[in-house]
Design a protein around this ligand. Structure first.
Ligand SMILES: NC(=O)c1ccc[n+]([C@@H]2O[C@H](COP(=O)([O-])OP(=O)(O)OC[C@H]3O[C@@H](n4cnc5c(N)ncnc54)[C@H](OP(=O)(O)O)[C@@H]3O)[C@@H](O)[C@H]2O)c1
Length: 255
């Protein structure tokens, strides 16, 4: 059977995508830093799983993940690993933000490039890049750098998708753009969870993600609220949206 590689598979959306793809019969390669958690996930899968304990914020590890997958019949790559850093830009820790940029942007960029070349050669394969509804926003005050990373992922994915479509390729690239999802994201980002809106389940997000990716959709937006919110946004000036995002995010600050 063909393989699906999923980064950030130890929790949240990545874990649920792994379960869904395993139900569809793919052999799974699970990658993240917490090995114990990956073992727990592997026990819930219906198909064989390989565990790769790895920190993808380190550039050399992105190449080594690719090398470890090379030679296997990889058909799906899910670039899901990512995190946010909450707070005013002037106050947040630079090293943590650079680590976020390395994971949310550099790792996605490197892995997409390497796997895409192999997929194009066999004219078969799918890449799912987990962006965010944040990527649609003009800006994301209180999570400014995080929003910017997701705008990068969304723009990059759309560009590649268009190139593939125009060349009649059998390969597809999709961007998943969820609004709030109930995962460990909020606690990792450092937001006051009591003030966060609930969001959809990781299982629901994964279900839409897998369906959209397999049908070759370029932009996948789980949840009717976020889809209609995006449509409404076209009518609202950017500065008004930015002010609303600030109000929404500022409410999550620990007082
Ligand atoms: N939750 C939301 O509201 C939401 C909304 C839109 C988009 N997203 C995006 O969805 C993706 C998944 O997040 P989630 O919500 O499922 O949060 P999560 O539960 O915190 O999962 C994040 C995953 O990324 C992995 N990860 C973090 N740092 C890593 C590193 N340096 N190297 C390798 N893996 C790393 C984590 O595993 P380890 O800690 O074991 O390494 C974990 O498996 C992210 O890209 C996030 O930006 C989330």
């Amino acid at each position: 059977m063909a393989f699906a590689v999923i980064t950030g598979a130890s929790s949240g959306i990545g874990r649920e995508i792994a379960i869904k793809l395993s139900e569809l019969g793919y052999d799974i390669i699970l990658a993240a830093r917490r090995g114990e958690r990956l073992i727990e996930v592997s026990r819930q899968l219906r198909s064989p799983a390989e565990i790769i304990t790895i920190d993808l914020s380190k550039e050399e590890n992105c190449y080594s993940l690719y090398e470890r997958c090379r030679g296997k019949d990889v058909e799906i790559l899910v670039n899901n690993a990512g995190f946010g850093v909450f707070g005013e830009f002037a106050d947040t820790e630079l090293s943590r933000e650079l680590e976020m940029i390395d994971l949310n942007i550099r790792a996605v960029h490197i892995l997409t490039k390497l796997f895409l070349a192999d997929f194009k050669e066999k004219n078969r394969g799918k890449i799912l890049n987990v962006a965010s509804a944040a990527g649609f926003m003009p800006a994301g005050p209180m999570l400014s750098a995080y929003y910017a990373t997701k705008a990068y992922v969304l723009s990059l994915t759309r560009g590649i998708a268009q190139e593939l479509k125009k060349s009649g390729s059998g390969v597809s690239v999709s961007a998943l753009c969820p609004g709030p999802v109930k995962t460990e994201f909020g606690s990792v980002a450092g937001v006051n969870l009591a003030m966060s809106i609930k969001g959809i389940s990781a299982e629901a997000a994964a279900s839409d993600a897998v369906r959209g990716m397999l049908s070759g959709k370029t932009v996948i937006i789980p949840g009717v609220h976020i889809r209609s919110g995006k449509a409404l946004m076209r009518l609202v000036p950017d500065n008004v949206i930015t002010a609303l995002v600030y109000k929404f995010q500022k409410a999550k600050e620990d007082k």
